[in-house]
Design a protein around this ligand. Structure first.
Ligand code: A2P
Length: 348
């Protein structure tokens, strides 16, 4: 890490991801001379914890970014669309966790373990991918390098924290209500999430897939820079607080054995292999929660096709799936001297 210290703003600092971003900056000793917490006017004056003390939350406005080097946004797509262009206008580089800029050709979509090089040509806004996509591509990239992936069939089991603080509160409340013989209040999801599984994340699109499913399809190709990788996904919300799990079936051009895959993945950056069926060892959401790695297990050859693997991939959706990945991007920007913007008016 360079000795240079930078001014960092966290937009959405009161949210589930924003709070984790502050914690991650602190834990990784990010070289920040100052950290500014931003949220809506509703939160102005409230405090959020940082480095054993507290930061007073300021209202996010167009003027929030004067003198700020890096702004990490996790305040929803609309907020990012509205305020990121003003941050860039102020010379501030944005790392945005929403879906607002992910498929915009002007914005690199980055998972540092996979395509950190894409940061070199940034234009001021860098997109952080969808949580389910991030953990999947960290596990896919080493397999792709070894055997060229042709097709991925993935089903996800996604935690309620992916919906933000309100998702966490909805599951907590419904569990309490059901244990007290009350009807559960249903407000965040279309149906009860406690003791249930909903094959519905984000909105349904014209092709009957959900937006979450199509994010996994399209973002994977952009990050791995290979339109030859075909992905098809079913995304499911499950009554888990933290940690997304994914069952992936991967078809490759070259044959790769389960044993080879285990070795390749155990050497891959950001991956931890937990795979010993005889001892009941496999990744679980409860163990991944609070951890940085993408955990991979249940690695098996698909016996129904020539070159296929099955695996189970688990990560903390708030951490590697959001806050950590964004902070890792910011770390590369600082270390590689990639701060500053070329065209401050590009997104206005
Ligand atoms: P606030 O707490 O003031 O509403 P989560 O994803 O956990 O729901 O968090 C969303 C985050 O985005 C919160 O910090 C929230 O702030 C922030 N946010 C939502 N809308 C706006 C807005 N219009 N301007 C600034 N921050 C916003």
């Amino acid at each position: 890490m360079s000795a240079k210290e930078v001014v960092v703003a966290v937009a959405g600092a009161t949210g589930a991801v924003g709070r984790e971003m502050l914690k991650t900056l602190e834990q990784r000793n990010f070289p920040a001379s100052k950290v500014i917490a931003l949220a809506s006017s509703r939160s102005a004056g409230k405090t959020v914890p940082y480095r054993g003390g507290e930061l007073v939350v300021q209202e996010l406005t167009e003027k929030s970014f004067e003198g700020v080097d890096i702004a990490i946004f996790s305040a929803g797509g609309g907020t990012s669309q509205k305020f990121s262009p003003h941050a860039v206008k102020s010379g501030c580089v944005v790392v945005d966790n929403s879906s607002a800029w992910r498929m915009d050709d002007r914005c690199p979509l980055v998972v540092p373990e996979v395509n950190a090089h894409a940061l070199e040509k940034h234009n001021g806004i860098i997109a952080n991918p969808n949580c389910s996509t991030i953990q999947m591509v960290v596990a896919l990239q080493p397999i792709h390098e070894a055997a060229k992936i042709r097709r991925v069939v993935v089903s996800s089991y996604q935690a309620v924290s992916g919906t933000g603080q309100k998702g966490i509160e909805e599951l907590e409340k419904q569990v309490r209500q059901l244990f007290n013989m009350q009807d559960p209040d249903v407000s965040v999801y279309p149906y009860q999430i406690a003791f249930n599984c909903l094959p519905h994340i984000d909105v349904f699109l014209d092709n009957d897939y959900t937006k979450e499913e199509m994010k996994m399809v399209n973002e994977t190709v952009k990050i791995m820079e290979d339109p030859g990788i075909k992905v098809t996904a079913t995304t499911v919300r499950v009554p888990v607080f933290y940690g997304h799990s994914e069952a992936g079936n991967i078809e490759t051009e070259k044959k790769i054995t389960a044993k080879e895959a285990r070795v390749i993945l155990s050497r891959a950056p950001g991956v931890k292999v937990l795979d010993n069926p005889r001892e009941n060892i496999y990744p679980m959401a409860i163990d991944a929660a609070g951890e940085d790695e993408v955990f991979v297990g249940r690695i098996r050859e698909d016996e129904t096709i020539a070159n296929g693997l099955n695996m189970w991939v688990v990560a903390d959706n708030i951490r590697k799936g959001a806050a950590l990945n964004a902070v890792q991007i910011a770390e590369v920007l600082v270390a590689e001297g990639l701060l500053g913007v070329k065209d401050p008016d590009m997104f206005l």
